[in-house]
Design a protein around this ligand. Sequence first.
Ligand code: ATP
Ligand code: MG
Length: 396
Amino acid sequence: MAYRYDHILIRYGELSLKGKNRNNFIKQLYDNVRKACSCFPSLEFEKQHDRMYIYLHDEQPEQVCEVVSKVFGISSLSLAVKVQPDIEEIKQACLEILPLNEDKTFKVAARRNDKMFPIVSDQINRIVATAILKNSDWKVDVHNPDFKVVIEVRHDAAYIMTNKIQGAGGYPVGVGGKAMVLLSGGIDSPVASYLMMKRGVRIECIHYASPPYTSQAAQDKVMELARLVSAYQGELLVHVVPFTNLQLAIYQNAPESYAITIMRRMMMRIAQGLAEKRHALAIATGESIGQVASQTLESMNTINAVTCMPIIRPVVCMDKVEIIDLSKKIGTYDTSILPYEDCCTIFTPKNPVTKPRIDKCEKYEANWDFEAMVQQCIEQTETIRVQPQKKEEDLF
Ligand code: ATP
Ligand code: MG
């Protein structure tokens, strides 16, 4: 019989979770892995209380690993060969899957989960190591081997693994409720999106567009960022808010120095309305302390004052270089740095206040019926569904 990698073994992450939470965690992870792998029709899935297995059948192991390694809630994964819990089969499979004609070092680490298995772990190690030494020029290196051959003997099967791929960590998306992320075309908000999902929070995105001051190309760029980010949770909804009229009204009714602050307050009011409609529990942004005038603590206070919803700022204390590094790691950086015009950049005043006051904002906002315009923005919002592999489609 020819042995080859026919399984992926998935180890769960952050298992400090206990009781019912743990079951929810595993169930959600199972659903998320299946959904992420929907482009591989032949796969079969099995979940156990401490790990999950994917039966590969005809699918390419590396391609499946690439997709699974993006799913949150997984600490690590390994390609594995499943054999009968029989020492001869175990030995034979090891000899077949290892590249024995190369010059390598190795170590065997067996674990006997099934204590009924008649051979103890140390002995399994010795039997398999002896077979490898006899059939190759390989040498043993217990500290830093090229191949760590892990053998797990369970009641119904034995698994042989030779590599460990790091998982995405975090919690399975969905166990932490839902939040609305304000997604611009910049570097920070896609990173904020990623960090929210990593904590197990499902996200929907809100983008404020101000045509004709912002172009279709700028919106397409935001959609591409949304698509890249959706690789970490599967399908993602993007709510595009027609923001032009409200933005023009701000510039007619408030002094230039307060325009950005009031614009942000309007963004939050709209975000809260959309969050309530979509049953989301928080709003998240890519703001970071001190990065620009509107991101001081005074500004944040003034902006937060219009909503009682939690506003989460996942990158609030990160340096720009740290945010950039993360955006490169998650694959959004190259798209984020494409030139574009944002609704903020178009109306940027020369001297925005760095310490805006709530009472002043309220005074300027009393100059017109902004509530009606906020409502109109919410009602006229267009929702677009984005998928990791597909082009976007209009929803409602
Ligand atoms: P980013 O890199 O995410 O664009 P930034 O450093 O350019 O952030 P700002 O433009 O001041 O900072 O925006 C701060 C945050 O406000 C953004 O991270 C985003 O969450 C939100 N935001 C700004 N503009 C928009 C927009 N047009 N649509 C949706 N959210 C926006
Ligand atoms: Mg921006």
